[in-house]
Design a protein around this ligand. Structure first.
Ligand code: AGP
Length: 611
């Protein structure tokens, strides 16, 4: 996690660094800091808590004449969120300063050696160890690139570093391994950042560093070196995003804006893939043909959090359409057991950010076993994308809110398309494929209908905002929707919510039901409607307050419900993509009503780059 940014150019570095950090706030927000280099001197400024505290500090400093600096926003891994632990970190003589994203696993043993050599440590962080180590190596060569190279060769773990040394003015040296870092190329100015978001306002030209590469940037020069310090010439890429995707566009929070973007996000994905209900769909980037698919005897889906919930929907969709057995597992669990993936396995990794460390590790493992790796991600330039044999770019635009919304819906639609693609390639049930295509093509307008009814959900959220616990129930393909709705509520309102398969209620959770425990039931008209309704009867009999999310509620059942939200009719298989919007809005309005920090909930970061 954490966000890093670097700048060398002609503009005021303070403004660029603070603005860059603002756009990286979703990566962490325990503390922040910047280091500025001018006149052969490096000065470090830090603040605890939100970035605004650093902005206020820097306003008082009134620095306008510095054009080189590095910045950091922290999500604590080693050591408490204190000023001493905040980045940037320096060596003892303060000649060298760096910022770091990642975890250095062997920092304790290196620290002990450095202490024996006279280093004095002021923080509990692994990062300060890196600063002292690079400074130690610099003492041998007086060359920052060489010092960084020999220091990182001694490290284990994951890192992206931006390093400045007072003897190398108007220069930043940076390197990365298993953590993201890109160079933004400008006119008479260059940038470094852990994410496009920090630099997109200034340049659309970017160069991605490969694992182990080192770069040295000044305002008019970018040098890149391979791990063995031979010169490298990486490709310049044009960034796909527009700066306006980083604006709230009049909405109170990014989360609400992103929920409202969902109809267009779905239209965008479908646009160049489904022409009509009859024609075959084309998925550029998915390198699977009839011969490779005939070999596949199992599919494994690996993901975390919200992406894992999309994967659970994927199991229903792909098994229904293709008959191929699908298992779904949290990446963090997959890593630590014997994997049975082999060359006849299709492994689908799902990740909005493409940076999630657990998913990256799991995918690296299955690649070694010869499985075909298909990545579904919102970041086609990400580490996971680079590991893929097939890539499905969901193209949902930058998602700023820590709580994933539009990326989830886009992942779901991608999974429907992938299921259709596999089924059509294997010549399976054409009629079923046509039905699903029809449902997908009508999904954007149904999403708009749900969004236009948001006032009802807002009123409901206010009514239920005082409850401390919720149970969300559903069956079949909407069980993951219940999990996702509960996760959204937990993430942004800190209210305890649990998702259950409705049939499991009577196997334990029913013991908790009384008038203090609302039950939200997802009841689409379909094969499980009557079954879920029976479970609602059971909850009603225990005095639980019942909220129904349904296409319609029969007259005879209406009295069971304290409240319901009626959404447009939709087929069972596509219903998760519609139902989830109601739950996203419900979670959003409760958190907003309770005055929570919706876009940056406590303890969370958008990209979880540590295992
Ligand atoms: C979603 O609201 C969460 N912030 C979180 O569960 C997230 O989905 C998870 O960390 C996985 O992230 P990824 O999709 O970027 O891999």
């Amino acid at each position: 996690m954490c966000g890093i940014v670097g700048y060398v150019g002609y503009q005021n570095a303070v403004d660029i660094l603070l603005d860059g950090l603002k756009h990286l706030e979703y990566r962490g927000y325990d503390s922040s800091g910047i280091a500025l280099m001018s006149n052969g001197e490096i000065k470090v400024y830090k603040a605890l808590g939100k970035l605004q505290n650093l902005v206020d500090t820097m306003k008082k400093e009134k620095i306008t004449s510095c054009n080189t600096g590095i910045g950091h926003i922290r999500w604590a891994t080693h050591g408490l969120p204190t000023l001493a632990n905040a980045h940037p970190h320096s060596c003892n003589c303060k000649g060298l300063t760096l910022v770091h994203n990642g975890i250095i696993e062997n920092y304790q043993e290196i620290k002990e050696t450095l202490i024996k050599n006279g280093a004095i440590f002021k923080s509990q962080t692994d990062t300060e160890v890196a600063a002292q180590l690079i400074a130690f190596e610099y003492g041998k060569t007086n060359d920052l690139v060489q010092a960084v190279s020999s220091a990182v060769s001694k490290l284990k773990g994951a890192w992206a570093f931006c390093v400045m040394h007072k003897n190398e003015p108007e220069t930043i040296v940076a390197t990365r391994k298993n953590a993201p870092l890109l160079i933004g190329a400008g006119e008479n100015e260059n940038f470094l950042s852990s994410d496009i978001a920090a630099i997109i306002k200034y340049t659309k030209k970017a160069i991605y560093l490969n694992d182990g590469q080192i770069t040295k940037i000044s305002k008019d020069k970018i040098q890149i070196f391979n791990e063995d310090l031979t010169p490298a010439s990486n490709r310049m890429e044009i960034l796909p995003f527009e700066a306006h995707s980083l604006s709230k566009m009049g909405y109170k929070h990014f989360m609400l804006k992103e929920i409202h973007e969902q109809p267009d996000v779905v239209r965008n994905i479908l646009q160049d893939k489904i022409k009509d209900e009859i024609s075959d769909i084309a998925l550029n980037g998915v390198n699977l043909d009839i011969n490779s698919l005939k070999k596949i005897n199992r599919i494994q889906i690996i993901a975390c959090g919200t992406s894992l919930h999309a994967g659970l929907v994927g199991k229903y969709v792909i098994e229904d359409l293709t008959g191929i057995p699908v298992s779904v597992e949290a990446s963090s669990e997959y890593i630590y057991r014997r994997s049975i993936a082999d060359e006849n396995t299709l492994v689908i990794g799902i990740s909005q950010s493409g940076e999630t460390a657990d998913t990256i590790t799991a995918i690296k493992q299955v690649k070694e076993k010869g499985a075909h790796v298909l990545i579904i991600t919102n970041r086609k330039e990400s580490l996971l994308s680079r590991l893929s044999d097939s890539l499905f770019h969901i193209n949902a635009g930058i998602e700023v809110s820590v709580a994933a919304t539009k990326s989830y819906t886009a992942q779901l639609v991608s999974i429907y398309l992938l299921g259709i693609f596999i089924a059509q390639t294997l010549n399976m049930d054409k009629k079923r494929i046509q039905e699903i295509k029809h449902e997908l093509l009508t999904l954007p307008s149904k999403l708009e209908a749900v969004l236009s009814g948001e006032l009802t959900i807002k009123k409901l959220a206010k009514k239920y905002s005082g409850f401390k616990n919720f149970i969300f129930i559903a069956r079949g393909i909407n069980y993951p929707t219940a999990l996702e709705g509960a996760l959204k509520l937990k993430e942004i309102s800190y209210i305890n919510a649990t998702g259950y398969p409705a049939g499991e209620l009577k196997h334990g959770p029913i013991a908790m039901l009384d008038e203090t425990m609302p039950v939200l039931a997802i009841l689409n008209k379909g094969i499980v409607y009557d079954k879920v309704m029976s479970n609602c009867e059971e909850a009603y009999a225990r005095q639980a307050k019942l909220i129904g999310v349904a296409n319609e509620i029969d007259e005879r059942h209406k009295e069971l419900f304290d409240d319901f939200v009626i959404i447009p009719p939709v087929s069972d298989i596509v219903s998760p993509a519609l139902n989830v919007t109601v739950l996203q809005l419900f979670a959003y309005f409760i958190a907003e009503y309770l005055g929570k920090d919706v876009d940056q909930p406590r303890n969370l970061a958008k990209s979880v780059t540590v295992e």
